[in-house]
Design a binder for this molecule. Structure first.
Ligand code: HAM
Length: 420
């Protein structure tokens, strides 16, 4: 194994591609910040218990994919496989739900870890931007979150994504459906593991990707037929609000999601250019999660969008993000005295809020101009001994190629003026 090799299922983000990831995080969080969501940050690991109780003992995430560890002090921890349980835990710990008006609206951005079989779009370390609205049962809140995610993707220029929508019912109607489904599934020809799944988490069987299983599921009882009146009305209202907002969605009865905490509204954003790992984001309502982890009743809803897959979706659609060059001015000194003087000008520019960089390392003019070009800077400042003797620097407009001598003392002000 080479020393210079990131662990299996992980990759590094390096320039210039890393700029896309920053832009994606920015684009996803901007609509949230504009809609009353406050930033929250929680540790990269939690007590294992939290995810076992929150995400669910029967889920793949908890049984197969969690990175767990025992500390030297004997604590059982897990690298966080998702954000919702952590954010709710933190909100309860800080009593945010008692501090003011509900819902508590929070957004987050960070690294998550799942021990999955790596493939294109599926990694063991990945990153999400997420949002949680805690403590309120209101279909407008579910709609708000879906609309904001749609807005985020559109602002990035993505078009080939679809929104899949479903309702999983609540604690009244889902158990009735669950039992009907179990009765149906027990009569099918299924392998041992799937039979076990029928007893623990029968809804997940509907999600089975195998054709021979799907064939047997054609006549399975439909959750839609079991939804109680309250769940039906709630779901209709979410659908109506989305429609009124002009956000297109597809009803998808098979949408079950891989986490146990969902109730009522569930949704997924899928992108059609990504092959099998097509879910770029997902979420839903989790009215029972607070109680599952030992808190009070706090009906909530949220989503998380995958930053890695969103970046892949941009590539699949050949979207070129309009990323402004990070450097506006590049300084090229010729000689020792010029180094000192131009380094001073660069410092002055930076203090004035102008992004500036410098040809470090005492390279020749040709190499330094190459770096200036690569930096994307709009202007270069070049100065040699003769310029300094005359008290000027050469200011070159990299777009027009025009060059003019500017008094040294006025260089920073002149650049500030030209850059607006
Ligand atoms: P999730 O569907 O498990 O939901 O993950 C959300 C998104 O994270 C996925 O749609 C995908 O883009 C990305 N993702 C998940 N696993 C991987 C992976 N192995 N490699 C790359 N990307 C991945 C949740 O995590 C819930 N906490 C969402 C939520 C928030 N529900 C309510 N509030």
């Amino acid at each position: 194994m080479s020393t210079f090799q990131a662990p299996k299922g992980t990759y590094d983000l390096t320039p210039p591609r890393s700029a896309t990831f920053l832009a994606v995080r920015e684009a996803i969080s901007a609509p949230l910040r504009d809609s009353g969501y406050g930033y929250i940050e929680t540790p990269g690991f939690e007590n294992v218990e939290l995810f076992a109780r929150g995400v669910g003992e029967s889920t793949d995430i908890v049984t197969k994919e969690m990175y767990t560890l025992t500390t030297k002090g004997g604590d059982q921890l897990a690298l966080r496989p998702e954000g919702t349980a952590s954010v709710l835990r933190a909100a309860l710990e800080a009593n945010l739900h008692k501090a003011g008006n509900l819902p508590v609206k929070l957004w987050y951005s960070g690294s998550y870890y799942r021990y999955e079989r790596p493939q294109a779009g599926r990694y063991r370390h990945f990153s999400q931007v997420g949002a949680e609205a805690i403590g309120t049962e209101d279909p407008a809140l579910d709609a708000e979150l879906i609309i904001l995610a749609d807005q985020a993707y559109r602002s990035l220029g993505l078009r080939r994504f679809r929104i899949l929508l479903n309702s999983l019912g609540d604690k009244e109607c889902r158990p009735v459906y669950r039992e009907a489904l179990q009765t149906f599934l027990r009569d099918l020809d299924l392998d041992e593991e799937t039979r076990r799944r029928i007893e623990i988490n029968p809804l997940r069987v509907l999600d089975d990707k195998r054709a021979d299983v799907q064939k047997q599921l054609t006549d399975a009882p439909k959750l839609r037929d079991y939804l109680c009146d309250a769940c039906k009305a709630y779901h209709e209202e979410v659908r109506a609000l989305l429609t009124a907002a002009g956000v297109a969605f597809e009803d998808d009865e098979k949408l079950v999601r891989g986490l146990d905490y969902y109730t009522r509204t569930t949704f997924e954003f899928v992108h059609d250019g990504l092959g099998s790992q097509s879910a770029v984001g997902g979420g839903g309502r989790y009215d029972g999660l607070s109680e599952m982890i030992g808190g009070p009743e706090l009906p909530s809803v949220g989503w998380a969008l995958g930053v890695d897959r969103t970046a892949l979706a941009l590539e699949a659609e050949s979207v070129e993000l309009d990323l402004p060059a990070t450097t506006s001015v590049y300084a090229v000194p010729l000689g020792e005295e010029a180094r000192r003087v131009l380094f001073g000008v660069v410092t002055e520019l930076r203090r004035a809020g102008i992004a500036a960089d410098f040809a470090f390392g005492g390279r020749g003019l040709k190499g330094a101009m190459k770096s200036a070009n690569r930096s994307g800077a709009r202007y270069t400042l070049v100065a040699g001994e003769r310029d300094l003797a005359e008290g000027v620097v050469q200011l070159k407009d990299m777009e027009s190629g025009e060059q003019s001598a500017v008094p040294l003392a006025e260089a920073a002000a002149e650049l500030a003026k030209r850059l607006g």
